[in-house]
Ligand binder design. Structure first.
Ligand code: SF4
Length: 181
């Protein structure tokens, strides 16, 4: 059984809507996405999981291209109209759990991983950034956009559907992996 089959067999019990395997070289990194983080997201500069703490787009690209493969996945949640950011984060929990399980599966298969997920990290009530190191670096997943990758363009490239109408949010994750040295 090859690595893709092993991964597919193990993720079959997770609530993933769709997934795809790609090469990191297929990822598109954009300074424009970083500009949006900086100017339109309240999380910018407040967490180890967000820019500028994750490094420049060029550094993020270098890190990502150091992996051999990537597993792109999506889940969905129903979110009521007018939900606050906190309510949105609450609805995201299932996706973050799935991301943690995928990381565990890849590690069981002898891979080292870099997991990117959604929004920002909300593990701690108050992030240690910038005064102290991240308290849970193994469980903290920067969001896909924080690396300068536009998740919706990535989904389109992978043939992953993401428009399900009002009240449904599609969450994306990107697990980069390579054989442990
Ligand atoms: S795990 Fe805690 S300290 Fe680390 S990024 Fe998340 S909220 Fe911040």
């Amino acid at each position: 059984m090859d690595i893709h089959q092993s991964i597919e067999e193990r993720v079959s019990s997770l609530p993933l809507l769709q997934y795809a395997f790609i090469r990191p070289g297929e990822l598109v990194f954009s300074e424009r996405v970083r500009y949006i983080c900086e100017h339109e997201c309240g999380r910018y500069g407040t967490s180890w999981a967000c820019p500028p703490a994750v490094g420049s787009v060029e550094e993020c690209k270098r890190r990502a291209l150091g992996y051999d493969e990537a597993f792109v996945f999506a889940t969905v949640s129903e979110v009521p109209a007018g939900a606050s950011f906190e309510e949105l984060l609450e609805k995201r929990k299932g996706h973050e759990e799935a991301a943690g399980k995928i990381k565990g599966i890849l590690e069981e298969l002898g891979m080292e991983t870099l997991m990117l997920s959604t929004e920002s990290c909300a593990i701690c009530e108050s992030c240690a950034y910038p005064g102290a190191p991240c308290r849970h670096p193994d469980r903290m997943f920067p969001c896909v956009e924080s690396f300068g990758i536009l998740a919706t363009a990535l989904a389109e490239r992978c043939g992953i559907e993401f428009m399900y109408g009002d009240g449904v949010v599609t969450w994306f994750g990107l697990a980069l992996f390579r054989k442990k040295q």
